[in-house]
Design a protein around this ligand. Structure first.
Ligand code: ADP
Length: 528
């Protein structure tokens, strides 16, 4: 009985075969479904699925053939595995390769054999074969059907797709773990209740805690405090909103407490993790911003000193230019007059900038004094409109105020400054013929004033950023629209000094809406 030759790709073929992890496993029902189908389809007593090692055959399914005999059919399947296509032996007794095969000369007296190679990962690793005790013909259609059945076995059971996908998943998981370990920022995973489910090494280092001590801890209660170190309810934490509504949360001016009770200023973003349609948790990326704070305060100090130094000479330059422009020092020719006007405009802009810088610096350092007095909101709102009226007229914008009849304690001039700044911006970024609105709502514990416009709007990515000094949607905005880039930072400072909040909402291209929420600290006095 001539032995079958070894396939040329034998080492790779054996690797593909072993990668299936099917060799030492017992015969399986799932393969039987196919062999049963083959028995019915070809009207044969025997059908096998066999995987062919270099010197052994592994039966994954065996219908109508005693297992011990199957070992003898090895030479059939070893030959079949060498064939690129179906191997058909119509009469084994007449074929020198198989005539003396014990399965031919004895039980079960194989006469007919048709085996289609089974491929995995491009290599022939086994056969699906049908066997009969009598010789018979195998038509082209029969070959096609056997090939189709073999293709089903390949796709359903021998595809390496699953192990490849698992391997890729493991690889990407290990990459992810490397990235998380290498990240300088603290990264924490939270479950829907805000409890830590994961913490990277940077997070553990920043919080000076072991990962085992962090996992399961409700992060907000354990470590999150306001800038002044006081705790506040979880329901008011931006991360709580992220977990509830899926809205990204951002904190720039709060603190995290370390395991030893000390704290550091933190900046973090919270992003919801979605699983199908529900929010399954959030990822918090945070940094200790102590050193950035130090640099910022040095920078602020520098800017403040320069601004103070600039103020006195600027005032005298402005005064002298004013005198020249008024003609009090004698006539100036028209070209000279134009030059003086440009100098006056630029000096005014510089004065505004210096004043705004100093204002912001005083607000941030807590040096500006706030005088809270009972203020009638309706008259404050109307005063704000009167203040911006010239700008609105020049821009052809209609400012519509719906006054709120409510009295509360505020620093009148400072809140007026906020409203005129918001209205001024709304006018600046509207087109002629547009309408700008100022409305208000009185809630149980706060009043919300809203300035809305129908101008170009603000992209979502800039909605938080524009409250930082000199931050604009477009780098040319301040220059083009005559602003200083500090209005919103100052407004935020003023509102926060009142214990309130200010935020912007917008859809790029569809106008902007700025809201100011001011707490009603003193008992509300309804006006009649
Ligand atoms: P500026 O003096 O530049 O107006 P602000 O701090 O008041 O400074 O505003 C910062 C930036 O925010 C503006 O330059 C502009 O890019 C954007 N912005 C503010 N209000 C609006 C608005 N109503 N519509 C569109 N963009 C706005």
């Amino acid at each position: 009985m001539p032995a079958a030759e070894r396939p040329v790709d034998e080492p790779e073929r054996l690797a593909a075969l072993r990668a299936l992890a099917l060799l030492d496993t017992p015969p399986e029902d799932r393969f039987d479904r196919v062999t049963r189908l083959a028995v019915g389809l070809f009207d044969v007593p025997i059908a096998l699925v066999s995987l062919v090692d270099s010197d052994r055959q592994w039966l994954k399914s065996c219908i109508g053939f005693p297992t011990k005999e199957t070992e003898r059919s090895i030479s059939f399947c070893s030959h079949a595995v060498l064939q690129p296509d179906v191997l058909v032996v119509e009469d084994a007794t007449a074929d020198p390769r198989f005539a003396d095969n014990p399965a031919v000369t004895g039980e079960p007296n194989v006469r007919f054999y048709a085996g289609a190679p089974l491929h995995s990962n491009g290599h022939r690793v086994g056969t699906l074969c049908v066997i009969d005790r009598r010789s018979r013909e195998f038509t082209t259609t029969d070959r096609g059907l056997l090939r189709d059945l073999a293709a089903i076995v390949e796709r359903e059971f021998l595809s390496n797709e699953l192990s490849r996908t698992t391997q890729e998943l493991l690889t990407s998981q290990s990459h992810l773990a490397e990235i998380l370990s290498a990240a300088g920022d603290g990264i924490i995973g939270l479950d829907p209740d805000g409890c830590v489910s994961f913490a990277n090494p940077a997070a553990c280092a920043l919080l000076q805690a072991d990962v085992e001590d962090l996992v399961g801890v409700q992060l907000h209660d354990a470590a999150h405090r306001l800038a002044d170190g006081s705790s506040f309810p979880w329901s008011e934490c931006p991360t709580h909103r992220t977990l509830r509504d899926g809205e990204p949360g951002r904190v720039t001016n709060e603190t995290f407490v370390r395991a030893d009770g000390t704290s550091f200023p933190v900046e973090y973003t919270a992003t919801a993790v979605h699983e199908r349609d529900r929010i399954a948790g959030a990822v918090l990326v945070f940094q200790d911003i102590s050193s950035r704070r130090e640099v910022d305060s040095l920078k602020d100090e520098f800017v403040s000193i320069v601004s103070h130094e600039l103020r006195t000479p600027l005032t005298s330059i402005r005064g002298s230019l004013g005198l020249l422009a008024s003609g009090a020092l004698g006539p100036v020719d028209p070209r000279g007059q134009r030059m003086i006007e440009i100098a006056v405009e630029s000096t005014d802009r510089l004065v505004r900038l210096v004043n705004d810088i100093l204002d912001l610096e005083r607000l941030r350092s807590g040096h500006s004094v706030f005088a809270l007095t009972p203020v009638q909101l309706s008259s404050l709102m109307l005063t704000a409109r009167r203040t911006v009226e010239p700008a609105a007229e020049a821009a052809g914008v209609d400012v519509v105020v719906t006054p709120v009849e409510f009295q509360m304690d505020l620093d009148q001039d400072r809140i007026l400054q906020v409203l005129t700044n918001l209205l001024g911006n709304a006018i600046k970024f509207s087109s002629s013929g547009d309408r700008v609105e100022l409305t208000g709502t009185v809630r149980a514990d706060e009043v919300i004033l809203v300035v809305s416009d129908h101008g170009r709007g603000i992209p979502t990515s800039a909605l938080h950023r524009i409250f930082e000094p000199f931050e604009q949607v477009d780098a040319s905005d301040s220059r083009a629209k005559g602003g200083t880039g500090l209005g919103l930072a100052i407004s935020q400072g003023i509102v926060q000094r009142h214990g309130g909040r200010i935020w912007a909402e917008s859809t790029w291209g569809h106008g902007a809406r700025f809201s100011v929420a001011l707490p009603i600290t003193a008992p509300p006095v309804e006006s009649t």
